[in-house]
Design a protein around this ligand. Sequence first.
Ligand SMILES: Cc1ncc(COP(=O)(O)O)c(C=O)c1O
Length: 386
Amino acid sequence: MITPSRHLLPSKLPNVGTTIFTVMSRLAQDTGAINLSQGFPSFDCSPDLVALVEKYLRKGANQYAPMAGVPALREALAHKTLAAYGVSYDPETEITVTSGATEALYAAVAAVVRPGDEVLVFEPAYDSYVPAVELNGGSPVFVTLTPPDYLIDWEEVRSKVTDRTRLIMVNTPHNPTGRVWTTDDLNQLADIVQDKPIWVVSDEVYEHILFEGRTHHSLMTHPVLRERTFICGSFGKTFHITGWKIGYCLAPAGLTTEFRKVHQFLTFSTVTPMQYALADFLSVPEHYESLPAFYERKRNLFLDSISGSRFRFKPAEGSFFQILSYAGITDEPDYDLAIRLTKEIGIASVPVSVFYQQRNDYQLLRFCFAKDDELLLRAGERLSRL
Ligand SMILES: Cc1ncc(COP(=O)(O)O)c(C=O)c1O
């Protein structure tokens, strides 16, 4: 007789449950709280971008796009990358449009990692990296960064590189800490991977959100790194269209060949009319060059609104997240406090411990400030009452 237990599917990801982002967003919805937890704007994208999509929908751009992406969008990406970073990528062989950066990250990891490989992951880390590594048989090896500066101890990184290290995951500007890599970080990484069979996946989805005039040092700008890095980007964060799930991967031809082998069986291609619209929209630099000032003002508005509170913080250098320390307010675990604040004062945030493998609790909460001014001010006012 077949017992029910024989039908239980052994999990390939036993440690993965419902993500905190889903939990907090659902709780925010149920309680009517202001949702500063998940990383998406509360405001709409440009009406011009919507009009472009409509134009291409009506023009009949409604069938499968080419596997690598619509040529016009790959060309626009090549132009933008050259203009913004002075680095050339061939749209034909080195640029692939994906279904969000999430797909790009997964396809890059899958293209590199084999069973038994080790992958260096800096934590706190965005939640998709480790499952991608594990589904491909790899083992994450963590380099733990700590508040308030989250600086990388490069000697520790060196000590964790072994013959089995095959990949290093990078994220700059960083979610959740807002830290931005320096040229020294790039040089240190290049020094470590040079002459070794180690590849790099660089998650640069916040490439256009940096403050106080900081420069985004994309890994593509270092020649040693350019040759071995999959740069993963997203239009979601840049153009306020997280729901479109359109991203891209820039990588040298040899890496792109392998990347596309995964991509074509993961999704094959990405939604067509939006790609045409983005190609047009991307050709106007103002659309992404205005982003630092736009988000710096929102970050400052939020921080000013809590300046009289008992929260402590180091202003984010980039991204649209701000970490606040509540050490001067309560001893509660960060997870419990995030839930309590949602229910009691109507502010949803994310406990920073969820970004650490061992759930390190430094008494920190992450707040997304990609929200309407009025929401940020109301949130600041409620947080100041604590
Ligand atoms: C660091 C980081 N990488 C990747 C993503 C996912 O990007 P996309 O929505 O384009 O898949 C996010 C979204 O929050 C993110 O914060």
